[in-house]
Design a protein around this ligand. Sequence first.
Ligand SMILES: [Zn+2]
Length: 139
Amino acid sequence: MAKRISIRGIKKNLTYTVEELADVTHTAQPTVRNWIREGLPVIDDIRPTLIMGFYALDFLDKRQAKAKRPMAFNELYCLRCRCPRTPYGMMVDYYPDTVSGPRLMALCGECGCACYRTINAAHLPDFSRVLDIAVRGSE
Ligand SMILES: [Zn+2]
């Protein structure tokens, strides 16, 4: 999955060189050149290459929307596989009070590594329909 790009620094009415756009998005210049190859519009073929802020915002919004993929109720994010996985034996531990909120923890069905998912406690019944959930006490 593509890394989340910081688009907060892009002003829609400014033009950016490749270097400036890389700076405000905290990426490298080759990354910006890849975006241009993927279809980010540039003003013309004259150097330096200039990019309108609103084109960059539009392009990066669409790109991030495409990368977003909602997980199913039987999936947790595996840190080693770097993708959503179904837990081993569909067994999941539920920790209601962690720093980041209610959380599910399980072992990856593919690699056996730890998988996590921070959830909304109100959705717990939806998860328990497909997963075997054991509630663990708060520490
Ligand atoms: Zn895994």
